[in-house]
Design a protein around this ligand. Structure first.
Ligand code: 13P
Length: 251
């Protein structure tokens, strides 16, 4: 079995002024990291350059929360992969459920954003997850396989090397309801099986699959204990330095 380096990522969503972002990143730079996890923060675009500058030379990596699929053009309010990279991002989240449900990012759009990220060497944190209705209809695995199939369509294992997947059940995001460790493990194992079937066993074993959805300092340990859970994508508690630090230092 491949030993995978854990990733603890914080998605700051639409939070934090410049000053708040700076204070948070300064606190996180001092954080213990006993698991030698990769630590990623995803600030708003307004804070991205500042956070990247402050994070320079530290263990923190900086991610965009999304990118547009074009390099430039008449796309009012959007941010291109070139701009995200220029501001200091090394990663981008794609397909977050809020992007899918609030902003209408479809699998087809996400496939174009995957292309854009790959074109510019941005590491991708590709989010998948089912709604409560889909879970109750026993469609969880089918929904996620389709999101992966369509979102990543057209690329080989070689091209997708370094891909990070985040499983975020929509019903667990910001609700305080966390998937049980067994529920998370079941879906993570299914995602790894999908990856093995499509890209080969080596790719599947090397790919980090993060869990997201109400991850807290109080539940991270049992979630991270699951064999196919390689990290966490944290929302609310990623905004609080002490909480996020505890999550980084999961047991
Ligand atoms: P919460 O941790 O606030 O539930 O958010 C999860 C999430 O959406 C991270 O991307």
């Amino acid at each position: 079995m491949t030993k995978r380096t854990p990733i603890i990522a914080g998605n700051w969503k639409m939070h934090n002024t410049l000053a708040e972002s700076a204070a948070l990143v300064e606190a996180l730079k001092k954080a213990d990291n006993k698991n030698n996890a990769e630590i990623i923060v995803a600030p708003s675009f307004t804070s991205l350059a500042k956070v990247a500058e402050l994070a320079k030379g530290s263990a923190l990596q900086v991610s965009a929360q999304d990118i547009h699929w074009e390099d430039k053009g008449a796309f009012t309010s959007a941010v291109s992969p070139v701009q995200a990279k220029d501001a200091g991002a090394t990663h981008t989240i794609l397909g977050h459920s809020e992007r899918r449900s609030v902003f209408g990012d479809t699998d087809e759009i996400l496939n174009k954003k995957v292309a854009a990220a790959l074109r510019h060497g941005l590491a991708i944190i590709f989010c998948v997850g089912e709604t409560l209705a889909q879970r109750e209809a026993n469609e969880t695995i089918a929904v996620i396989d389709t999101q992966l199939e369509n979102g990543l369509k057209g690329y080989t294992a070689e091209q997708l090397k370094g891909l990070i997947i985040a499983y975020e059940p929509v019903w667990a995001i910001g609700t305080g309801k966390t998937a049980t460790p067994a529920q998370a493990q079941e879906v993570h194992a299914a995602i790894r099986k999908f990856l093995a079937g499509k890209y080969g066993e080596d790719f599947a074993q090397a790919t980090r699959i993060l869990y997201g959805g109400s991850v807290k300092d109080t539940n991270v340990d049992e979630i991270m204990a699951q064999p196919d859970v390689d990290g966490a994508l944290v929302g609310g508690q990623a905004l609080i330095a002490e909480k996020f630090t505890r999550i980084i230092n999961f047991n």
